[in-house]
Ligand binder design. Structure first.
Ligand SMILES: [Zn+2]
Ligand SMILES: [Zn+2]
Length: 223
């Protein structure tokens, strides 16, 4: 019985048997919070009945389109924390399944570009959560991961400890570099989008390297 039990996929949130999304039951998967009427460009909450938020209509962000599967609110923060801080890799297929469902109608991409984390963070955590999620996505949709993008050396302050958008933008402005040309339609994959500074910096870098369209697919965005 013991060995049979280990084959059953149990919901990470309620311990009931899993459903269509790996390691989540259908009831828990349905109840996860989403962002109401998000901006199609940056994923932030837009003004009702418009597709694009005010900031995106006045500035021209380097990201062409953003899809965030969920809102970064309970229990999504718990699930992501369980992956990042407790190294529970059973969360990866669950998050990848939720993201795949959210991007089912999106245009096919040429490359997936997981957001690289700093070397210091990688040493501490042991893995890059965005890379793990992108690998699981690529396995399902057949899109290859680009290896052209690197995080520059240097001790960046964690984005979450910075007070505002301007400070976050300055902190990551030079964070990324590409070591090869890249073309076509690239999708940046990340776990949580907060102000968008990180994904915008990476999108700028990808466009300088030749990408003609850059979208963002993320698990969650802060409301
Ligand atoms: Zn459940
Ligand atoms: Zn926007």
């Amino acid at each position: 019985m013991q060995s049979m039990h280990s084959d059953i996929r149990i919901c990470l949130l309620c311990d009931e048997p899993g459903g269509t999304i790996a390691n989540l039951c259908d009831a828990c998967a349905c109840e996860l919070p989403t962002l109401p009427e998000p901006c199609v460009t940056c994923g932030a909450s837009a003004i009702p009945h418009t597709q694009t938020c005010r900031a995106c209509t006045t500035r021209h962000p380097p990201v062409d389109r953003t899809v965030c599967a969920l809102a970064y609110a309970p229990p999504v923060d718990y699930l992501i924390g369980r992956l990042k801080f407790r190294r529970d890799l059973r969360v990866v297929p669950a998050l990848a399944g939720l993201l795949l469902r959210a991007v089912a109608d999106e245009a096919a991409a040429d490359w997936l570009a997981p957001v690289p984390i700093t070397a210091a963070r990688l040493r501490k955590r042991g893995f890059n959560q965005a890379l793990e999620i992108a690998r699981a996505l690529g396995k399902s949709n057949g899109v290859r991961l680009t290896k052209a993008v690197h995080r520059r050396r240097g001790a960046e302050t964690p984005q979450s400890s910075l007070p505002d958008t301007a400070a976050r933008r300055a902190n990551v402005a030079d964070a990324f570099e590409t070591r090869a040309a890249i073309g076509g339609h690239v999708v940046i994959v990340d776990d949580v989008v907060t102000t968008g500074s990180t994904v915008n910096a990476l999108a700028r870098c990808l466009k300088r390297a030749g990408a003609c369209r850059v979208d963002v697919w993320a698990i969650a965005r802060t409301p």
